[in-house]
Design a protein around this ligand. Structure first.
Ligand code: IPM
Ligand code: MG
Length: 350
């Protein structure tokens, strides 16, 4: 029986994860769930954001359903004790180098986007973000300059193997979709990006059926607002992908709608599934959070880690139908609570 590790985390994480789990349980699949604390909750429970038992559970499980982490109470702690360290630790320890972030405009949400309906119509992007390298995982620290000034630094770098494996994920994804891959970098300034561009270009030779373009990240940020529906698959590094995926989420109406999968291989590997939104401490515990991103993450879990494509599609259709029927949480301009939004999706699942 597949084991799902449920790591609700902080802030709104537990609220949205509860709804995702309800939906998974309603499918009638034989699934086993085991819960463990992570992030600020992990720190409170055991003095470490990623308690060893939580990591062991994540490694043992067939898939991880993750909520969100981040708690302002712990912002002053040294970096390795902050909630975010748990997320980065899980990504590194589980080898989750490929982060898949689809941004799709659900019918009926055209007006929820701050962009004009005619600009976002037909929006259907997948951002493939590298997740275990780049400036996130390079050497970092503080030092003193020659003038005695305090200086902070973070080393940015990719080796060719890291670029090649994420490029392959981008090409495979594009091949299964509309056949267009846009690689985003800053090769006009950064040597890391020039290597990225070179290697992506080399991998392209194996994918003559995919149309590859390269775009500088500043231009990509602009085009995402100007003509977002023209993008199919975007492949990019860790830092640029972090920024562009939040931006893409607003094209789709709300960051509360975007799920993600973090995978250790293109297919058949373990994975971690989480909404791309954070812990939103300002609304935590109020039942106002949109559970759709978490629910859609559970659909990605079924598809990528358990091979349950039909059940994944059932969940996605149920979310779509609930939205068409008018179900909306506050971020989408409605008044449903987190639990009521979960109810609305469950009704359509039946
Ligand atoms: C994300 C988040 C994380 C990241 C933070 C919480 C460390 O913003 O998953 O996009 O920067 O990767
Ligand atoms: Mg982010």
């Amino acid at each position: 029986m597949p084991l799902i590790a449920v790591l609700p985390g902080d802030g709104i994480g537990p609220e949205v994860t509860t709804q995702a789990r309800r939906v998974l349980e309603a499918l009638g699949l034989d699934l086993q769930f085991e819960e463990a604390p992570v992030g600020g909750a992990g720190y409170l429970a055991s003095g470490r954001p990623l308690p060893p038992e939580t990591l062991a559970l994540a490694k043992r499980a067939d898939a991880v359903l993750f909520g969100a982490i981040g708690d302002p109470r712990f912002e002053g702690l040294e970096r390795r004790l902050r909630p975010e360290a748990a997320l980065l630790g899980l990504r590194r320890e589980l080898g989750l180098f490929a982060n898949i972030r689809p941004a799709t405009l659900f019918p009926g949400l055209e007006d929820a986007s701050p962009l004009k309906p005619e600009v976002v119509a037909g929006l259907d992007i997948v951002i493939v973000r590298e997740l275990t390298g780049d400036v996130y995982f390079g050497e970092k620290g503080r030092r003193s300059t020659h003038e005695g000034l305090r200086q902070g630094y973070d080393w940015m770098g990719y080796d060719e193997a890291e670029v090649e494996r994420i490029a392959i994920v981008g090409f495979e994804m594009a091949r299964r979709r509309r056949g267009k891959l846009c690689s985003v970098d800053k090769a006009n300034v950064l040597e890391t990006s020039q290597l990225w561009r070179d290697v992506v270009g080399e991998v392209a030779a194996q994918y003559p059926d995919v149309e590859l373009t390269h775009m500088y990240v500043d231009n990509a940020a602009m085009q995402l607002v100007r003509r977002p529906a023209d993008f199919d698959v975007i492949v990019t590094g860790n830092l640029f992908g972090d920024v562009l995926s939040d931006q893409a989420s607003m094209c789709a109406g709300s960051i509360g709608m975007l799920p993600s999968a973090s995978l250790s291989a293109w297919s058949g590997a373990n994975g971690m599934y989480e909404p791309i939104h954070g812990s939103a401490p300002d609304i935590a515990g109020q039942g106002r959070a949109n559970p759709c991103a978490a629910i859609l993450s559970s659909a990605m879990l079924l598809r990528h880690s358990l091979g349950e494509d039909a059940c994944a599609a059932r969940i996605e259709n149920a979310v779509a139908k609930a939205l068409v029927a008018g179900a909306r949480t506050a971020d989408l301009g409605g008044s449903l609570t987190t639990g009521q939004m979960g109810d609305a999706v469950l009704r359509e699942l039946k």
